[in-house]
Design a protein around this ligand. Structure first.
Ligand code: FAD
Length: 321
């Protein structure tokens, strides 16, 4: 048992970007790393992953077309059986989170999730992870491997791709035991076409202070001028004003855009857990005691109905030259 196995995921024929953050973690932990890639159609993913420098182990099978956790966990377990890694790094995606727990059970491994820092300590690992919605940072020590580690998205910088790497080693998917689950995939109609807020470099996020769904159109106009996307607090999503795919926070998505403009959001720790890594945070809130102002780089105390149209006019004038 030695070395590190980095689990890569495919989306639209390309590697999901979390892969490069996991490569950084592997480099920080030191030692050789290899890559497990399970997909029905890996596209250029295996070639892309190989540029990170590790041997890529590809499991390609039609049963991996959908995010069926049991099949994907089986595929990664197959690679783990061949590689016998001490550390497995799994991305904290919807699928990765499901795979990680199954893998930890299969490998009888210590499971460290939502990790924001990790280092070796003798034969063990010491990891830092936020708890209680980010209000407290905890230190978790796992004395002995193997370890399954799930880094928090954007807690580690992405490693740059390198030169073309070696050919992949391929493995055939077979189930050690008959699968106990099947997967039926349905995409909620309301979410279709919603932008991926995890990839946007600018986010204009709205909360309960907007008072209803209509003002999100104005947020969309501001986002469009800034070449960004609209996001939301849980209150706005729970109210049905916008799809839940736009939710930022502990039970939503973790984002790290260049600019996060929060409008009518109080800044509860559960929300900040998802956006605190933004490069620049700007807040518009009518309550000067709103907790978001403590984290903000820029803040406007005022009613969004006054501030946002003026901001939009200014941005449009600048964009016009
Ligand atoms: P509010 O807290 O109601 O804040 C509205 C803000 O708008 C206020 O600060 C107010 O001053 C301001 N405002 C009102 N009118 C105006 C105006 N005209 N102009 C400008 N400002 C105005 N929340 C998330 O967002 N994401 C999560 O993932 C999440 N996960 C959670 C998980 C758990 C286990 C729990 C218990 C809670 C979670 N929450 C999450 C909920 C979270 O605790 C807050 O309740 C929520 O973030 C509040 O949303 P909000 O800021 O939009 O609403």
């Amino acid at each position: 048992m030695s070395g590190i196995l980095v689990v890569a995921e495919i989306e639209g024929g390309a590697l999901r970007p979390e892969f490069w953050e996991l490569v950084t973690v592997a480099q920080q932990l030191g030692g050789d790393f290899q890559v497990a890639l399970a997909a029905a159609d890996p596209g250029n993913g295996a070639g892309e992953a190989a540029t990170a420098g590790g041997q890529v182990h590809l499991v390609q099978d039609p049963q991996l077309a959908d995010p069926w956790p049991e099949a994907h966990a089986e595929a990664v377990a197959l690679v783990a059986a061949a590689v016998d890694p001490q550390v497995v790094l799994v991305p904290r995606t919807v699928l990765g989170s499901e795979v990680a727990v199954r893998l930890a059970v299969r490998l009888q491994a210590a499971l460290l999730t939502d990790v924001t820092a990790v280092e070796r300590s003798g034969a063990g690992l010491v990891a830092t992870r936020p708890v209680f919605g980010g209000a407290v940072s905890s230190t978790v020590t796992a004395a002995q491997g193997p370890f399954v580690v799930v880094p928090r998205p954007h807690a580690f910088a992405a490693a740059p791709p390198g030169e073309a790497g070696a050919e992949s080693v391929t493995h055939a998917l077979s189930f050690a035991q008959p699968p106990r689950t099947r997967l039926g995939v349905r995409t909620p109609a309301a979410d279709t076409g919603a932008p991926d807020i995890e990839k946007a470099r600018v986010l204009v996020a709205g909360g309960a202070g907007l008072g209803g769904p209509e003002p999100f159109a104005l947020l969309g106009e501001v986002a469009a001028v800034l070449d960004g996307a609209v996001a939301a607090s849980r209150m706005a999503c729970d109210a049905g004003w916008v799809p839940t795919s736009l939710q930022v926070g502990l039970t939503g998505k973790t984002v790290a855009p260049d600019l996060y403009l929060a409008v009518g959001i109080s800044g509860a720790t559960h929300h900040l857990a998802g956006c605190a890594s933004a490069q620049v945070i700007a807040v518009i809130n009518s309550d000067k005691t709103a907790p978001f102002f403590k984290l903000a780089n820029y803040g406007v105390v005022g009613d969004w109905k006054d501030v946002l149209p003026a901001l939009l006019d200014t941005l449009k004038a600048r964009a016009a030259g």
